[in-house]
Design a protein around this ligand. Structure first.
Ligand code: SF4
Ligand code: SF4
Length: 305
């Protein structure tokens, strides 16, 4: 069984479901959101991250790289990404912690053990474990099912944070073990979806309908991005879709866009595309959208996670 990569385990998380949770972030996502604030989550393979400000230009990485992928330019290490295979050798020799490899494998047992360290916090707060990404539903589902089942059998609440873009059979496999699906809706217009997110949204919306019909507990999460979806027409479209399809919604979370992840693109030598086209919504606008959902019967609508 191919083991998925994990790029982060976030403890004491209070924005990824009820109570205090441990969020496990899997690496790799079928979508390509222009505003993604975790670009290291997007690809399914290991990636080298370089922290420019920590590099002293000592050259230790140049000497140790088996691929001869690194050189020093203007006093800083520069990596040829075409040569680098993210083997991680250089990270052991950089005493300034300027180099890291994103992506680590764990056995199911190791992840469960890690999650269990905070059992007391879950019990006291009504929390649990959230599997996130990247996209957890587009990983090796034998592994994910085993993880969900093991946690469930031990009595933990398991939430799934998903973009919804995966075969529905994957959802069906874990449905019995999941407490809540944190389900993203990013654009209703397929063209806008394609432009800013990389695919159309048909599968995502179909899966949402099926999940609701199959009795899943669903929190809708909407990243609100100026220039993409921060308008009444989109919010009304979402409300109409939820009502017309009788989607059973426990909570709506409106998540204002922020660009604090921009610097991470530089660490991967990637460009932050469409930056000019996207913006941060004002607090007033977020409150306006919140009121719109509340007026339409979604009284449990919050700004933020
Ligand atoms: S080993 Fe670290 S500090 Fe030295 S040149 Fe390489 S990245 Fe920079
Ligand atoms: S991760 Fe491996 S291949 Fe890439 S620069 Fe470091 S040592 Fe070279």
């Amino acid at each position: 069984m191919e083991t998925p990569l994990v790029f982060n385990i976030q403890k004491y998380s209070i924005h990824d479901g009820d109570g205090i949770r441990t969020s496990i972030f899997f690496k790799g996502c079928p979508l390509d959101c222009a505003w993604c604030h975790n670009p290291e989550s997007q690809r399914y393979y290991h990636e080298l991250m370089f922290f420019d400000s920590r590099c002293t230009g000592c050259g230790a990485c140049v000497a140790r790289c088996p691929q001869k992928a690194v050189s020093i330019v203007d006093g800083k290490a520069v990596t040829d990404r075409n040569l680098c295979n993210a083997c991680g050798v250089c990270t052991d020799w950089c005493y300034n912690s300027a180099r890291e490899v994103a992506g680590k494998t764990y056995t199911v047992e190791q992840l469960v053990k890690e999650a269990e360290k905070d059992r007391m916090f879950y019990e006291n707060s009504g929390g649990g474990i959230t599997l996130s990404g990247g996209e957890v539903m587009d990983q090796n589902m034998d592994y994910i099912e085993q993880l969900c089942k093991t946690l469930y059998d031990k009595g933990y609440s398991v939430d799934i944070d998903t973009c919804g873009y995966a075969p529905y059979e994957n959802f069906q496999r874990i449905l019995p073990y999941v407490d809540t699906f944190l389900y993203d809706i990013k654009a209703m217009d397929p063209k806008i979806h394609k432009e800013f997110i990389g695919t159309d949204n048909q599968l995502i919306l179909e899966n949402l309908i099926k999940l609701s019909r199959d009795g899943a507990k669903i929190n809708i999460r909407i990243p609100v991005v100026m220039g993409v979806n921060a308008d009444d027409a989109f919010m009304q479209d979402v409300i109409s879709f939820l009502k017309e399809n009788s989607i059973s919604v426990t909570q709506v979370n409106l998540l204002p866009y922020h660009n604090t992840g921009m610097h991470k693109y530089r660490k991967l030598d990637r460009a932050y595309l469409k930056e000019e086209e996207m913006g941060v919504p004002s607090g007033e606008l977020m409150e306006h959208f919140q009121a719109l959902f509340v007026e339409n019967g979604y009284s449990n609508t919050n700004i933020g996670g």
